[in-house]
Design a protein around this ligand. Structure first.
Ligand SMILES: NC(=O)c1ccc[n+]([C@@H]2O[C@H](COP(=O)([O-])OP(=O)(O)OC[C@H]3O[C@@H](n4cnc5c(N)ncnc54)[C@H](OP(=O)(O)O)[C@@H]3O)[C@@H](O)[C@H]2O)c1
Length: 276
């Protein structure tokens, strides 16, 4: 039973049906927040139904009407939105040349334009209230790259640049922008959600077979999504103007290495662990 409570803080999360989004919805609910847990098919999220102050709502980030409707229902139920977590996203994986343009468009429609659309619908509300926190789930893949993920990386590098620029222009309006950068996390990302529908060109076959299993293995041995949820909660509540938060056991290490090593040495390191 969802009980209305407007004295509590409210978070709206996209992609809350599984993985990081679901863990985040449950963590905020357990910590006493009102939670708008939005997802494409709320009827499938039986374990999120019936929780106090948690409202499962239909929202597809590529469908503007569904975004508007979910925001309106959140405002009606909880009276406001304090934090938006743009989490919905997936990976298109494989050699760039073998990805169809339609797949590339869908990747950007979800990870970039979807995130921008939800933000544009929520920002007027933040400006009205003269406060708000916008948390974009990027990836370590928004700061470094791995082979066979070129299109996914393009979307996350876009999210990084977008968020970094935006944080300057929203700060004077008392709206904080935060970027959470998970390392490998054990979720549906590497299987159910991944788009691997490619007609692999034979020239890429050997490289694909050498590299892709290593990428998948990194995901399988990744941190649990609850670790990222904790970092998102910290970003939502620490009242700092910090922009970036690494999340998961391997994220800090890789990002530090990227910062410290000269570029050729870093590329050598990536070749060593993933290609050779
Ligand atoms: N797992 C990792 O290693 C990792 C690392 C770094 C960053 N991330 C990022 O973390 C975020 C969450 O991924 P995850 O690891 O938790 O994977 P996940 O379990 O596959 O969750 C992805 C979520 O995004 C939703 N989604 C996909 N397209 C959508 C759309 N058009 N509209 C609304 N929701 C949509 C999915 O909904 P459905 O259930 O309807 O498909 C699902 O709820 C993504 O942005 C991902 O890029 C993940």
């Amino acid at each position: 039973m969802t009980t209305m409570n407007s004295s509590r803080s409210t978070v709206l999360i996209t992609g809350a049906s599984s993985g990081i989004g679901k863990a985040t919805a449950l963590l905020f609910q357990q910590r006493g927040w009102n939670v708008a847990a939005t997802m494409r098919s709320p009827d499938k999220a039986s374990d999120l139904q019936g929780l106090d102050r948690l409202l499962p709502l239909q929202l597809d980030v590529t469908e503007p009407e569904s975004i508007q409707s979910a925001i309106a229902q959140t405002l009606e139920a909880f009276g406001g939105i304090d934090v938006l977590v743009n989490n919905a996203g997936y990976g298109l994986m494989g050699p760039f040349e073998n990805c169809e343009l339609e797949q590339i468009r869908r990747q950007f429609d979800t990870n970039v334009f979807g995130l921008m659309a939800v933000s544009q619908f929520v920002l007027p509300h933040f400006r009205d209230r003269k406060r708000g926190t916008l948390i974009n789930i990027s990836s370590i893949g928004g700061r470094v790259t791995f082979p066979l993920y070129s299109l996914y990386h393009s979307t996350k590098w876009a999210v990084e640049g977008f968020s970094e620029s935006l944080h300057y222009e929203l700060a004077p309006l008392n709206i904080q922008v935060k970027v959470v950068e998970p390392g490998p996390i054990k979720t549906d990302f590497y299987e159910r959600s991944a788009d691997r529908q490619l007609k692999l060109d034979s020239d890429y076959q050997a490289f694909y077979e050498r590299v892709m299993p290593k990428m998948n293995k990194a995901g399988q041995s990744g941190s649990p999504p609850e670790a990222v949820a904790e970092v998102i909660f910290k970003a939502a509540t620490d009242k700092s103007d910090r922009l970036r938060y690494a999340a998961g056991k391997q994220a800090g290490f890789l990002l530090t290495l990227r910062k410290l090593l000269p570029e050729p040495l870093f590329y050598q390191f990536i070749r060593q662990i993933l290609i050779r």
